[in-house]
Design a protein around this ligand. Structure first.
Ligand SMILES: O=C(O)CCC(=O)C(=O)O
Ligand SMILES: [Fe+2]
Length: 585
């Protein structure tokens, strides 16, 4: 067991033995007592009374011992036959001191890689009392029973240094800032129990792990009638597993949400416009009409919709209603698969063609969204999960039909900008467009006013065509107010994305939108995002630069790279495009 694993288990199991960690000094003592001799002796002399500092020191000593071990190992390799493997276990304590009698607290661990194992079932030798002779100055916390400053963190698996939910002290940015000794761990984190901090673009495993922790928290705090039995530590902690908001929402007795889903600003309570001004509607049959007057009038309406709203509904598009419904139903069936089945679609990288997950990007989301998703690349190469079996047939047809609608709207937009009708099509090599299907599942949430389905964002591509089941939840920012969107049945909700903004040199702006959740109904939405071909770096149309009056406002960046950057960043409420413009990429 590593210090990281020990810390995790210690914090988690503190819930079950609150009397043993009633003050921070007690907590330090318990933690210290459970360390192996080498580390305990090194940190013991320091008399540390602050838990975060103690843990940090323990890591450092562990790293140093490991370094030392590595050096030793190299010598051993040259002389293996002369030595017995068992000798390398000598560091293990001969005098085990467990944290408490009969408890399931983490047993002592060894820092040495070969002896990395639990020593759980040893005889108990120490009985500990919790009362100290000094009277602690801080009031007793009603939640955990300890005396600590500020908000309680014991039961929530939050970092004891900064309180964030996505790491422990080991990975705390505060700790990293203070780090002065180069750490062996930081050079070889992959061998450790706790996933790496900032593991790189697209590595979202840590987030899924934290969702798992949230669920453990939930499982141990849900009102079940009888107290939860502490997990046995004679076995290693359960492996990281992919869990979903769906599973969380279906937990029996769920009446509140774990704090990692709680937004401090209560997003649903922000003012929502009561304007009755409906979002614009474009009649697709008129957009493709052979009657030139009808068509030009519709193109003018389309231009106005792009300028004023960036969001509009498209009716009479020709995609059969039953096909749209079938697509929603088969996505629902996908989300109803078991966690293991869905887990087969868990991607490793944001550009993986099939990716099932939760929140937006849990490796960077500080607060998680009440949303599960399935993202699948549909074009130029078609991908599909193998389960449900009918998924691929329905998705293939649906994505093809949607591309057809998108292409006509793009032509209309091109003309509305005064460009040749095929300008955008050619500039972005639309025949190879990257078409990504994003199926979103927003299960009912017991505290919808505290949670968020998906934070405000703009879409990365040219155009997104969205459909949903009968439940509302989409909001669009219009004139600085959030507007609830009530789509006409069977219509497409279309919004322009960052790449229309780039191509139009900012004449049409991609629009901020977000999804809120409710406490009654499951909401499913399916967005088909259409971007340029993956390798194309689009530039603003030269005709729209207006002889230097309107200078080039956007950086050229390959679409694939843009998607990768956007998907690897957190949604922070402003257009990602703005973000990279400010950064000058
Ligand atoms: O669920 C919704 O209505 C919004 C989804 C969305 O914006 C997206 O997937 O990009
Ligand atoms: Fe979106």
């Amino acid at each position: 067991m590593t210090v990281t694993e020990y810390e995790r288990e210690f914090v988690r199991l503190s819930k079950y033995a609150r009397e043993f960690v009633s003050t921070e000094a007690n907590m330090c003592k318990r933690f210290k007592d459970g360390l192996n001799d080498d580390i305990r002796l090194s940190v013991g002399v320091l008399g540390i009374k602050e838990f975060a500092v103690l843990v940090e020191r323990a890591y450092k000593v562990e790293d140093l011992l490991e370094e030392k071990e590595k050096g030793k190992d190299e010598v051993e390799v040259q002389d293996t036959k002369k030595r017995q493997m068992s000798k390398s276990f000598q560091f293990t304590s001969k005098r085990p001191r467990e944290l408490s009698s009969g408890s399931n607290f983490p047993a002592r661990y060894s820092s040495r890689s070969r002896s990395r194992r639990f020593e759980g079932s040893r005889a108990q030798t120490t009985t500990v009392t919790s009362t100290g002779s000094t009277r602690p100055s801080k009031p007793e916390c009603p939640q955990c029973g300890r005396r600590h400053p500020g908000e309680c963190r014991a039961s929530e698996n939050l970092c004891f240094r900064c309180g964030a939910p996505d790491h422990f002290i080991r990975d705390c940015p505060e700790t990293v800032k203070r780090e002065v000794i180069p750490s062996a761990r930081s050079r070889n984190v992959s061998t450790r129990g706790r996933p790496q901090r900032n593991p790189g673009v697209g590595a979202n495993n840590r987030g899924m792990y934290d969702v798992y922790l949230a669920h453990v928290y939930l499982a141990t705090t849900a009102p079940t009638g009888s107290p939860p039995s502490p997990p046995s530590l004679t076995h290693p902690p359960p492996p990281r597993k992919l869990t979903s908001v769906k599973a969380l929402s279906e937990s029996p007795g769920l009446s509140s949400i774990p704090s990692i889903y709680t937004f401090p600003k209560q997003p649903n309570h922000e003012p929502v416009s009561d304007t009755k001004e409906p979002i614009p509607t474009i009649d697709f049959s008129l957009l493709i009409s052979s009657n030139p007057d009808e068509r030009s009038k519709t193109i003018r309406e389309l231009g106005k919709a792009c300028r004023d709203w960036g969001f509009f509904m498209v009716t009479n598009h020709g995609v059969p209603e039953r096909m749209m419904k079938a697509m929603i139903e088969v996505c629902r069936e996908f989300f109803e698969l078991t966690e293991e089945e869905k887990g087969e679609c868990e991607g490793k990288h944001v550009l993986d063609p099939i990716r099932y997950g939760t929140s937006f990007n849990p490796s960077v989301d500080k607060i998680l969204y009440w949303r599960d998703y399935l993202k699948i690349f549909q074009h130029p190469a078609f991908h599909s999960p193998s389960n449900p079996p009918s998924f691929s047939e329905i998705a293939l047809e649906y994505s093809k039909r949607t591309r057809g609608v998108m292409k006509e709207i793009v032509r209309g937009i091109s003309e509305s900008l005064g460009l040749e009708d095929k300008y955008i099509e050619k500039a972005s090599r639309l025949e190879n467009c990257l078409q990504i299907m994003v199926a979103n599942l927003y299960p009912p949430c017991p505290q919808p006013e505290l949670a968020m389905g998906l934070a405000a964002h703009t879409d990365h591509g040219l155009l997104t065509l969205l459909i949903q089941n009968d439940t509302v939840g989409l909001q669009v920012l219009h004139k600085d107010k959030w507007v609830n969107i009530h789509p006409i049945p069977n219509s497409f909700l279309v919004n322009i994305g960052d790449h229309i903004e780039i191509l139009s040199n900012g004449k049409y702006k991609s629009v901020l939108h977000r999804a809120v959740v409710n406490d009654r109904d499951v909401r499913i939405s399916i967005a088909l995002a259409h971007g340029p071909a993956a390798d194309v770096a689009v530039n603003p149309a030269p005709m729209l630069l207006e002889d230097g009056q309107n200078p080039l406002a956007y950086p050229a960046i390959k679409y694939k790279e843009y998607v990768e950057l956007q998907q690897s960043s957190k949604l922070d409420g402003k257009s990602y495009l703005e973000h990279i413009r400010n950064r000058g990429i």
